[in-house]
Write a protein of this length. Structure first.
Lengths: 362, 388
C-alpha cells in the first residue's frame, strides 16, 4: 500500500525516512505494521518460552520432563534418541559408515552446484561415483566391511538413498521421455504423451502403493525384486514424467532457428540433441528442475506410509516408545529441521541460480 | 534386407511398431500373470465383487454406510470423502494463499517479513510431517469432560471439534450445495459474457439480485428438509463423558484440512506474489493519477489482473493439491485411496480395484482441470484488453 510514496522526490532517503516509508507510510500501514508486529511478538514469545526457557535439555532426562509442569519442550528425547532418526536400525558399531555415506552424498550435491561440473560427462560421473561410494559404504561386503542388507537401512541415510537413486534413474528416463514425446513419429509421440499425462494425473502415493504391493502380483516371479527397489523404480517413473515435461518446456522455449541451423550444418539427430538442444533446454529449465528436486526430496517421506523406515518413520518410532510418547512434537520439530536444512538450502540455491542466469528475463 | 532397413520410411514404421508393441506386450504380461495368480488363489476376476457386502467399518461418511453395504457403496463413500476434503481445503488454501501473497507484495516491511516466514516454514517441510504434527496437536486437546464451550457453541476436544449444526436431511444439504454451485457458475457466466456490454453498476445490481434469490432458495430448501420434531439449530451439549448434538469434526478430517490448506497456501502465496509482481507498475500509477483510493487500485486493478495472469499456474496447483489429499491415509482419514487399499486387503481383487483407483483419479483430475480451464477461458484477457 506504500506504492504512492515510493516515487516522491529523488532525494537520498535517510535511514529514518526509509523506515517510515517501509513501515509507517500511511495510517493504514501503521495499523498493519502494529498488528503484524504484535502477532510476530506473540508467536516468537511463545516459541522462545517453549523451545528454550521452559525446555529440558540433556540426554536421558525423560523423568524430569514428565514431572515438569511448565509445559516446555523436552529436547532430551532428541539428545537421547537422535541415532535412530539418523541411522534407523543400522547396527550400532557400523553407524559411522552410514554417517560418512550421507556426508559423501551431501558433498556430491554441493559439488554439483559448482558450474565446472555442469557438463554432460562430468555431472553423471560425479553422481554415479558418489552413489557407488554411498552404496558400498552402506551395504558393505567388500573391503572387509561387514555386510548390512537394505532391510536394516533406515533413517536419514535411507531417505538420501531413495532420493539419490530416484534422481539417478529418473533423469535419463526423463530425457528419453521428453525426446520420445516430441518425436516426429506420430504413434510414438502420442503414446508417450498418453503415458506421461496418465502418470502425472495420478497421486504419487498410489503409484508407490501399486509398485510396492500390487506389482508382485502381476509380474512373473523372476522380475519381482526387492520392495525397496520397486518403490524406487515407481518413484523414478513418476519423477521422469514430471521432469520430462519440464525439459520439454525448456526445449519449446528454444527458437526454432537453433535446430534448423544445426540441420543446415548437416549435424545428425544425436549431435543436434546432445550439443545444441539439450544444453540450452536444460539452461532454460534450470529453475523448475531444481524445484522438482526440492519436491522430490520432500516427497520421499511418503515411503513411510508404504512401511519403510525413512527419517520420517524413524522420527515417529524414536518418540513412539512408552517412555518418550509425550515428546512426539519435539521429535517432529527435529525431523522438520532436518528436512528444512536440506530443502531450504536447495531452494535458496535455485533462487540464486535464477538470478544469476537471468532466466526469464531474456 | 539392408536396403529395406535403409529406407527411412520403413525404419520409422518399424521403430513405431516396436515401441507401441512393447508397451502393449508389457500390459498383456501384467494382465495374464495377474489372472493366473488370481486363479491360483481360486478367485474370479471381474467386477462382480462390487455387489458383495464389505463387512468393514468406515469412520467418516457423508452418505449412509454400514458393514452390510456393498463394495460399490464403500468406494462411493471414499470418493465423496476425498471430494469433500478437497472442497474444503482447496478454497481455504486459496484464501490464506492470497492473503499471504498480498502481504508479501504490500510494500509494508513487517507484513512482508511475516508472509515470507510463513511461506519458508511451511513450504520447506514435507506435507506428511505437517499432517502428523497437526494431528498430534489436535489429539492432545483436553478430553470432552474437561473441555468447555467457547462462544457458547464450539468445543475443542481431543476427540474432535464440536460446532452447532442444522437438523436437516442430508439430501437438502446436497441440494443447497448444488444451488450455490449453480449460483457461482451463473454469476461467473454473467460476468464473463455480458461484462463489456453492461454498465458496471447495472451488472453488479443484477448480480446482487441473483445472489439474494439463490440465498432465499437455499433457506427455503433447508427449511423444507428439516427433520421433524427437532429444533432447527442443534447446539453441542456436554453429556456425561462426551458431547451430544451439533456436528462433530473428527481430528482426522480437521488435521487433513489444516495441513493441506496451509501447505497449499504457502505454494499459492508464491504464485500470487509472482502474479502481483508481473502486473506492470504503470497500471497502479494510472489508477493513482485518476484519483482512485489504494483499496480500489488493489481490488479493481491489481487483484483482477494478477488473478488472470496466474490462473494457468493455479490450475496445475489445484490438481496437484487434490492429489495430495491421498496423504490422509497416514492418519487413517477414509478417503478414496484408503477405501481402495482396504478393499484390496479384504477382497484381493487387486487389478480391478487399482483400475478403479486410477480411473477415478483420472476422471476427477481431468474434471478439475477442465472446469478451471473453462473459467480461465472466460475471464482471461482477450484482444484489446491484452495491453496490460
Amino acid at each position: 500500500m506504500a506504492h504512492a510514496d515510493q516515487n516522491i522526490g529523488s532525494l537520498q532517503p535517510s535511514a529514518l525516512m526509509h523506515i517510515k516509508q517501509r513501515y509507517f507510510a500511511t495510517r493504514f500501514d501503521t495499523v498493519i505494521t502494529l498488528i503484524c508486529a504484535a502477532l510476530a511478538a506473540w508467536v516468537l514469545w511463545g516459541l522462545i518460552n517453549w523451545a528454550l526457557l521452559d525446555a529440558t535439555f540433556g540426554a536421558n532426562r525423560g523423568d524430569v520432563c514428565r514431572e515438569d509442569l511448565h509445559g516446555g519442550a523436552c529436547w532430551s528425547v532428541v539428545a537421547t534418541r537422535w541415532r535412530i532418526v539418523l541411522f534407523g536400525l543400522y547396527p550400532f558399531e557400523e553407524q559411522w559408515r552410514s554417517a560418512i555415506a550421507c556426508l559423501v552424498m551431501v558433498f556430491v550435491a554441493v559439488l554439483s552446484c559448482v558450474p565446472w561440473f555442469w557438463s554432460a560427462k562430468r555431472l553423471p560421473i560425479l553422481w554415479i561415483a558418489g552413489f557407488a561410494i554411498f552404496y558400498v559404504l552402506m551395504r558393505g561386503g567388500w573391503f572387509g566391511l561387514v555386510e548390512v542388507t537394505e532391510q536394516n537401512w533406515g533413517g536419514l541415510s535411507l531417505t538420501i538413498f531413495i532420493f539419490a537413486a530416484v534422481s539417478l534413474l529418473g533423469m535419463p528416463l526423463a530425457i528419453i521421455f521428453a525426446l520420445l514425446r516430441r518425436s516426429k513419429l506420430p504413434w510414438i509421440a502420442r503414446t508417450m504423451a498418453l503415458v506421461i499425462d496418465t502418470i502425472r494425473s495420478l497421486p504419487l502415493l498410489s503409484i508407490m502403493f501399486t509398485f510396492a504391493i500390487v506389482l508382485p502380483f502381476v509380474l512373473p516371479g523372476w522380475a519381482i525384486g526387492d520392495k525397496l527397489y520397486r518403490v524406487i523404480v515407481g518413484y523414478a517413473l513418476f519423477f521422469a514424467c514430471y521432469q520430462a515435461e519440464i525439459i520439454r518446456g525448456g526445449m519449446q522455449a528454444l527458437p526454432a532457428g537453433q535446430e534448423e541451423a544445426a540441420q543446415a550444418l548437416g549435424l545428425g539427430y544425436w549431435h543436434r540433441i546432445g550439443y545444441i538442444i539439450l544444453p540450452q533446454a536444460f539452461r532454460n529449465a534450470l529453475p523448475p528442475t531444481i524445484n522438482q528436486f526440492v519436491i522430490t526430496f520432500k516427497e520421499t517421506s511418503l515411503v513411510t506410509i508404504i512401511g519403510f523406515f525413512d527419517v520420517m518413520a524413524s522420527g515417529r518410532a524414536a518418540s513412539g516408545t512408552a517412555d518418550w510418547n509425550f515428546a512426539t512434537i519435539e521429535m517432529y520439530v527435529f525431523v522438520a529441521l532436518i528436512f528444512f536444512v536440506f530443502v531450504f538450502s536447495l531452494s535458496r540455491y535455485g533462487a540464486y541460480l535464477e538470478r544469476r542466469l537471468g532466466v526469464g528475463r531474456r | 534386407m539392408t536396403a529395406i532397413l535403409k529406407n527411412r520410411h520403413v525404419r520409422d514404421n518399424v521403430f513405431q511398431f516396436t515401441f507401441v508393441g512393447a508397451l502393449l506386450l508389457l500390459i498383456a504380461v501384467f494382465f495374464i500373470t495377474g489372472r493366473a495368480n488370481l486363479e491360483a488363489q481360486g478367485m474370479t476376476s471381474g467386477f462382480d465383487f462390487l455387489q458383495r457386502t464389505t463387512g468393514w467399518r468406515i469412520s467418516f461418511s457423508l452418505i449412509d454406510y454400514s458393514t452390510s453395504s456393498t463394495y460399490l457403496r464403500a468406494i462411493i463413500v471414499g470418493i465423496l470423502n476425498s471430494m469433500f476434503l478437497g472442497a474444503i481445503a482447496l478454497p481455504l488454501a486459496t484464501l490464506i494463499g492470497i492473503t499471504i501473497g498480498v502481504m508479501r507484495t504490500s510494500g509494508n516491511g513487517m507484513a512482508e517479513l511475516l508472509g515470507t516466514t510463513f511461506v519458508e516454514v511451511f513450504r520447506n517441510v514435507p506435507l506428511i510431517l505437517q499432517l502428523f504434527f497437526w494431528y498430534t496437536l489436535l489429539l492432545a486437546m483436553p478430553s470432552p469432560r474437561d473441555a468447555g464451550l467457547i462462544f457458547g457453541g464450539i468445543a475443542l476436544t481431543g476427540r474432535g471439534i464440536y460446532i452447532p449444526g442444522l437438523n436437516v436431511t442430508g439430501g437438502s444439504v446436497f441440494i443447497v450445495a448444488l444451488v450455490l454451485m449453480a449460483a457461482t457458475a451463473l454469476a461467473l457466466w454473467l460476468g464473463a459474457k455480458r461484462w463489456p456490454a453492461l454498465h458496471l453498476s447495472q451488472a453488479s445490481k443484477e448480480r446482487r439480485f441473483l445472489w439474494v434469490g439463490f440465498a432465499l432458495l437455499s433457506v427455503l430448501v433447508l427449511w423444507l428438509g428439516r427433520i421433524p420434531e427437532t429444533p432447527l439449530v442443534s447446539m453441542p451439549v456436554q453429556k456425561g463423558l462426551n458431547f451430544k448434538e451439533g456436528i462433530r469434526i473428527s481430528p482426522e478430517l480437521m488435521a487433513c484440512v489444516i495441513a493441506i490448506s496451509i501447505y497449499g497456501a504457502a505454494y499459492i502465496a508464491e504464485i500470487v506474489r509472482a502474479g502481483f509482481n508481473s502486473v506492470p507498475p504503470g497500471q497502479s500509477e494510472a489508477g493513482h493519477a485518476l484519483g482512485l483510493s489504494s483499496w480500489h487500485i488493489f481490488s479493481r486493478i491489481r487483484l483482477p489482473l494478477a488473478i488472470r495472469i496466474v490462473m494457468p499456474t493455479l490450475i496445475n496447483q489445484y490438481v496437484w493439491l487434490f492429489k495430495a489429499t491421498t496423504i490422509g491415509i497416514a492418519i487413517s482419514f477414509t478417503d478414496f485411496f484408503m477405501v481402495i487399499s482396504t478393499a484390496i486387503n479384504q477382497s484381493g481383487q487387486t487389478l480391478e480395484l487399482i483400475a478403479i483407483l486410477m480411473g477415478g483419479y483420472l476422471i476427477i483430475n481431468y474434471t478439475i482441470a477442465w472446469v478451471l480451464n473453462r473459467v480461465n477461458d472466460a475471464i482471461k484477457l482477450k484482444g484489446t484488453q491484452l495491453r496490460i
